[in-house]
Ligand binder design. Structure first.
Ligand SMILES: [Zn+2]
Length: 100
């Protein structure tokens, strides 16, 4: 079912275009069952702007997201700090690991 949905979506969205720049994609692996989960973080609704002195030095944006896979009920949390161009400065994960 998941595979079907994925190809269905690719059929309509086609190659990566400018609309994808509103999102930052991560791939994580569940620490309990090993499921690989694609995470799409919206720059407008998921990522918050940091004010001077908040978070780590040089960080402009911050993302905290809860991720739940389909195979088990293990909750995964990611914390990511971004620079001004949405370049990743640091990232941390609880309950799983990042897949490069
Ligand atoms: Zn899992």
């Amino acid at each position: 079912m998941a595979g079907f949905l994925k190809s269905f979506k690719n059929f309509f969205t086609g190659p990566v275009g400018d609309s994808s720049s509103k999102f930052i994609n991560f791939k994580v692996k569940c620490g309990r069952c090993g499921e690989e989960i694609e995470v799409k973080a919206s720059k407008t609704s998921d990522i918050s702007r940091l004010y001077e002195g908040e978070g780590q030095s040089g960080a402009e944006y911050f993302l905290r997201k809860e991720i739940l896979g389909e195979k088990c009920n293990n909750l995964i949390y990611i914390d990511v700090y971004f620079g001004s161009g949405f370049n990743i400065l640091s990232k941390e994960i609880t309950g799983g690991e990042f897949v490069e």
